[in-house]
Ligand binder design. Structure first.
Ligand SMILES: *Cc1c(COP(=O)(O)O)cnc(C)c1O
Length: 378
């Protein structure tokens, strides 16, 4: 269907074409070339990340974390049920078991419910910063230290968002980012692995290069490269890194535009919230948001579905989000039952994400809100 206002739309208003052309003209289109390096430097400097490796997606960055932690059959990894499949797949593909935990009203993992899930088999916690909203990291890290667990942040949605004064993705041992079309900064398909503990860097470079030390070879440290470890093809083309650099150069513009839309939604919907028709996404005081998602929660699933249908009939691309993983076919295979995490189910039935992208005009946001207000007037 053709939307009047889609849910998201990429915003290529900077040097994207110029940089892609530069790569094409150079003839050097594989990975680890000029733009891959420029983007990695940019990340290190802008977000105070000790080391970072661009990857082919957020999902492959997560896959790499599971290899780096040597996850294996018999290991357990704690994560919310309310997340994207890739968080769980990364762990599952190593033979380890995802152990789900309930979320709280921020839609992030409920820290107070982690400890009861920790066993002798637990190896790591994978917190997900949903919507760019930070998990309560101080308390999570205390738990991780107490039980000597690794922490891997699924910061796929959280590029440029902070917990207190630190950027998300830099607080755990490792962090994963995504530059998929739906995220704030886009290169089509792409991701990055934040390596916050230097010990992982050498092996991470090898895993990213099909298990070879080719990256060392390119730097001139070895005179031929060889097979050293398991690995995959996780290095993106410089064509994609070129797009990404242009996006990052517009970081502040893109963020400001998204912020304006979110504030518009907030102002326009305050009246409905006061009347109890809906509630808006809350931002904890420790979080500096990146305005990745703006969501509202309706009173129940039936009302949510009715409003979604109404917006769809107006050709507005509002959408729901995750079906909690424990309720999926795979969740059932892992032994979970729908009743296991009632709040995850409840919130996932009540959520609507409103259109949000840098190219969305404030007037369009007003228009969407008018349609929501009309719905409740009926
Ligand atoms: C987008 C996303 C991913 C996967 O990123 P891709 O780049 O699409 O592979 C993983 N986890 C979360 C929470 C995401 O939102």
């Amino acid at each position: 269907m053709q939307y009047l206002i889609p849910y998201c739309s990429s915003y290529f208003a900077g040097n994207e074409q110029k940089y892609v052309l530069d790569v094409l003209q150079s003839g050097l289109v594989s990975g680890d070339r000029k733009y891959t390096k420029l983007v990695q430097e940019y990340f290190k400097n802008q977000f105070s990340i000790p080391d970072i490796l661009l990857t082919t997606s957020g999902s492959t960055a997560l896959d790499m974390t599971a290899i780096l932690l040597n996850l294996k059959a018999g290991d357990e990894v704690i994560m919310p049920s309310y997340t994207f499949v890739s968080t769980a797949n990364a762990v599952l593909m190593r033979g380890a078991r995802p152990v789900f935990v309930e979320i709280d009203e921020t839609l992030n993992i409920d820290i107070s419910k982690i400890e009861e899930k920790i066993t002798k088999k637990t190896k790591a916690i994978y917190p997900v910063h949903y919507a760019g909203c930070s998990c309560d990291m101080d308390n999570l890290l205390v738990l991780a230290r107490k039980y000597r667990l690794f922490v891997v942040e699924d910061a796929a949605q959280a590029v440029n968002a902070k917990y207190k004064d630190r950027y998300l993705g830099t607080l755990g041992d490792l962090g994963a980012y995504s530059f998929h079309e739906t995220k704030n900064f886009v290169c089509g398909e792409g991701g990055a692995l934040a390596v916050n503990n230097h010990e992982y860097l050498e092996r991470a470079e090898i895993i990213r290069e099909k298990g070879t030390n080719r990256s060392k070879f390119f730097k001139g440290f070895v005179d031929k490269y060889t097979w050293c470890d398991m690995g995959g093809s996780y290095l993106p083309s410089d064509l994609l890194s070129a797009v990404l650099l242009a996006q990052l150069e517009q970081k502040d513009i893109i963020t400001e535009k998204r912020k304006v839309i979110c504030e518009r939604y907030r102002n326009n919907l305050t009246e409905l919230e006061k009347k109890g028709f809906l509630s808006m996404m809350k931002i904890p005081e420790y979080n500096t948001p990146n305005y990745h998602i703006f969501y509202i929660l309706l009173q129940d699933g039936a009302q949510r579905d009715a409003l979604l249908a109404h917006l769809k009939s107006e050709k507005i691309g509002a959408i729901f989000h995750y079906i909690p993983l424990h309720t999926s076919k795979m969740g059932a295979k892992l032994g979970y039952k729908r009743e296991d995490f009632p709040l995850s189910v409840n919130l996932s039935e009540r959520i609507i994400r409103l259109p949000l992208f840098a190219g969305l005009a404030a007037e369009q946001a007003d228009y969407i809100c008018e349609k929501i207000i009309t719905f409740f007037r009926r």
